[in-house]
Design a protein around this ligand. Structure first.
Ligand code: NDP
Length: 288
């Protein structure tokens, strides 16, 4: 069986076309375009690169995008005041606070001040609860991108063994809820699983394996079940190369589908932010 490498750039382009149509429809109906504001605290190179890819995707789709760059030494109170002004601004449809934030800022506290209907990354605690209950269409972007990749393979998820490695608040945990909602049989592995020497066993059972840890080569190719779908979310620097958490070449010998790093989940993540901006616009303009 030959492996298919899941091209994130291609998938992102396909989704962008759909979103372009949706924005065109919104514009025809309302005369408005959604506006995203990215609040950046400080202005480092990595954050700017990611923000610029958001800006480019927004331009392609027809969404307005603004970066509000705040001083790196700003107080939490001043950031919250800025967010409140964005909450009240009817022209702003979506807000995100770029991570990581400086060490003196407590991100969850800031996140909870983002208006629930403008929270593009689903980080406000109300939206986290709504996701648990399946009551929101605004889904955290990286988990949403992983789901898009899985669905693009055509795999039928109900009853499939899905193993997630990594249980962070932004990736592993939300993914587990989304996959439960698809009726997959979900196992979540983490540091405790590794330390108990059980990671190999769980990985070997996975029909769909999703890895979000941040450790290059953590998952050995030989562990993977033949024919598995492998979604590698990890991003690691290896000299001048970027690599994932899965041994890519060895995993290709066993997987049926696999995402590359870079060029897999990353490009789709950016587009999911745009999708959320459209959902947020709709939520705010819902009649009745
Ligand atoms: P975190 O550091 O928040 O979470 C890492 C998770 O991996 C934790 O749950 C941790 O468990 C677990 N873990 C650590 N070591 C092991 C191990 N040896 N075996 C099993 N589990 C382990 O990272 P994020 O979730 O924020 O990100 C994960 C990776 O995904 C990173 O490389 C990041 O750069 C990348 N990423 C990629 C995105 C994209 O769009 N492509 C977006 C977001 C992240 P514990 O906490 O118990 O130690």
């Amino acid at each position: 069986m030959s492996v298919q490498v899941l091209d994130g750039k291609l998938l992102a382009e396909e989704i962008k076309k759909r979103l372009q149509d949706e924005v065109g429809f919104i514009h025809n109906e309302t005369g408005c375009l959604p506006l995203i504001v990215n609040v950046m605290i400080g202005n480092n190179h990595a954050a700017c690169a990611y923000a610029n890819s958001q800006k480019k995707a927004a331009e392609q789709i027809g969404i307005n995008y603004r970066q509000d760059i705040l001083d790196k030494d700003i107080s939490a109170e001043e950031i919250i005041a800025h967010i409140k002004s964005l909450n009240e601004d009817k022209n702003v449809n979506g807000i995100l606070v770029h991570k990581p934030v400086p060490g003196h800022i407590d991100y969850p506290i800031i996140a909870n001040h983002i208006d629930v209907s403008k929270d593009l990354e689903g980080v406000n605690i109300v939206n986290v609860g709504k996701m648990l209950l399946g009551q929101t269409k605004i889904i955290p972007c990286t988990p949403a991108a992983a789901i898009e990749h899985i669905k693009s393979t055509g795999i039928d998820l109900p009853g499939k063994e899905v193993v997630i490695v990594g249980h962070s608040e932004i990736v592993g945990k939300p993914l587990s809820l989304l996959l439960l909602a698809e009726l997959a049989t979900v196992t979540i592995c983490h540091i405790g699983t590794s330390e108990a020497g059980k990671l190999v066993e769980h990985v070997g059972r996975a029909d769909v394996l999703i890895v979000a840890v941040g450790k290059a080569g953590l998952i050995k190719g030989e562990w993977i079940k033949k024919g598995a779908v492998v979604i590698d979310i990890g991003i690691n620097r290896d000299g001048d190369k970027i690599v994932g958490d899965v041994e890519f070449e060895a995993a290709k010998q066993r997987a049926s589908f696999i995402t590359p790093v870079p060029g897999g989940v990353g490009p789709v993540t950016v587009v999911m932010l745009m999708k959320n901006a459209i959902e947020a616009f709709r939520l705010q303009n819902k009649k009745g």
